[in-house]
Write a protein that binds this ligand. Structure first.
Ligand code: NGQ
Ligand code: ZN
Length: 452
């Protein structure tokens, strides 16, 4: 039963000094404040809640750095997607497991203790189901277990190439299922995670492009009590196509046709008008913002100021996994808002720190979106914890919220020293405990994937 002692810890009520946390069965069993360390306590300078990553496509980690060459015309999300589809067609189950394992090591080293994996690479490269239809999902689960990251697995239902039930494209063949096969996949996945405290399961209708209204209700029913994640309103063309199909913008259509509530995560929700922003905020759903990917793909800028003013909830995800950093995602989130508003400290309220405001929001938003009792250093919470290093030059002399601002806006991943996921300590002094073996397998896989 490890006991952690922190000179300074961020508790739900704020920063406290001389904090002792007792971990038991993956959770925080007790918290004492204002007490000196005792013999045997593991001593740390700064402890904060780890972040839950609300949106990841693990296999896309293998593409990092391979989609930054300009083509003949204007490069867009849609040309990126063609490259991504070609890449997706080359990866075997072993490749996906090796890539995902490396990714999850990097997430942990960056301060994420759990991930919602939006998993849609279901079938063999020729589009036929594997002998075990959950083969690829099992590889994701194996990778999370190898890295020791908490998982909310989101098997994806993907059936069409665009609005109105259009036939899928040949290059989407690894993703496509019907509702019956999808239900069986979800049941297989439920069996896999059953009784594992660090794992949960939900469903993900991919987007309003990829599911019909009838399929959407069937998929939502399959979710049971679990979370429901969907991509929505990421690209302007997607908004235009949705209006052409239904007369309504995507977020409006979704709010009007599905019982969107706190089980939902609306991934991106980049393009919302004022009414959609207000109603999305009131729905209590989490907006799954992926600031680095949204910048990389040229998606646009989320209407965060109004959304937050109206009490909207959000989490952060690393989506395409082009680069991994919990602090870096928050930095990009605030910077996009600054560039848009031509102002500074946009997301914080008067007198508040930008870092603290964002960390508080994504701690509760992430926990809600993953349905994981994490995001707080509190008795009974899942022990997802980050120790920041007071030795990092940037953190010298910082106290309270300055620590968070220094981490997010300056130091980045280098400030993360130790990370616990579900009570297991998997990052020690900035290094994941299996960084070397997982990294070496990943490098071998990448060299093979890049052979002509
Ligand atoms: C995805 N990515 O599911 O990986 C999508 C592209 C699609 C983003 N939306 C695939 N960023 O939209 O069909
Ligand atoms: Zn996505």
């Amino acid at each position: 039963m490890p006991i952690l002692h922190a000179a300074s810890a961020l508790l739900p009520a704020g920063w406290r000094s001389e904090v002792r946390l007792t971990l038991e069965n993956g959770a925080i069993a007790a918290i004492e404040m204002g007490v000196p360390p005792r013999d045997g306590d593991e001593r740390h300078a700064i402890l904060i809640p780890a972040i839950a990553n609300v949106h990841s496509h693990a296999f896309q980690r293998a593409m990092a750095g391979l989609a930054e060459i300009r083509g003949e015309g204007t490069d867009t999300f849609w040309t990126w997607r063609e490259t991504m589809y070609r890449f997706a067609l080359t990866m075997t189950p072993d490749d996906v497991e090796a890539v995902a394992s490396q990714l999850y090591v990097e997430m942990l080293e960056a301060g994420f203790a759990a991930v919602a994996e939006f998993h849609y690479l279901h079938h063999a490269p020729d589009g036929s189901p594997y002998a075990s239809p959950a083969e690829m999902a099992d590889r994701i689960v194996a990778a999370t277990r190898a890295a020791g990251i908490g998982l909310t697995l989101l098997p994806v239902f993907y059936a069409h190439s665009t609005f109105g039930g259009a036939a899928p494209k040949p290059e989407q063949k690894r993703f496509i299922t019907d509702v019956g096969a999808f239900q069986r996949l979800v049941e297989d996945c439920r069996r896999t995670v059953k009784g594992r405290p660090n794992e949960a399961i939900g469903v993900a209708p991919h987007s309003l492009r990829a599911v019909t209204p009838g399929e959407l209700s069937e998929v939502v029913a399959i979710a049971g009590d679990g979370p429901i994640h969907i991509h929505v309103a990421e690209q302007v063309k997607e908004v235009e196509d949705c209006v052409a199909w239904s007369g309504a913008r995507p977020v409006r259509w979704l709010l009007d046709h599905a019982a969107v509530d706190d089980r939902w995560c609306l991934v991106h929700a980049t393009h919302m008008d004022e009414g959609e922003t207000r109603d999305a905020a009131n729905s209590r759903a989490v907006a799954g913002l992926c600031p680095i990917t949204e910048a990389n793909l040229g998606d646009g800028v989320f209407n965060a100021e109004q959304y937050l003013r109206q009490g909207g909830r959000f989490g952060i995800g690393s989506d395409s996994n082009v680069s991994i950093g919990a602090g870096a995602e928050l930095r990009q989130l605030e910077y996009a808002q600054r560039l848009k508003a031509r102002a500074r400290n946009v997301l914080a309220s008067r007198g508040g720190s930008s870092g603290r405001t964002m960390l508080d929001a994504v701690s509760s938003g992430g926990s809600q979106a993953l349905m994981r009792r994490s995001g707080r250093l509190a008795t009974g919470a899942v022990a997802d914890i980050v120790a920041l290093s007071s030795d990092h030059p940037t953190l010298a002399g910082k106290a309270g919220d300055q620590i968070l601002d220094a981490w997010i806006f300056s130091a980045g991943n280098g400030a993360v020293s130790c990370v616990w996921s579900g009570g297991q300590k998997v990052v020690v002094d900035g290094r994941h405990v299996s960084r070397d073996p997982i990294g070496s397998k990943f490098r071998t896989t990448m060299r093979r994937l890049s052979e002509p």
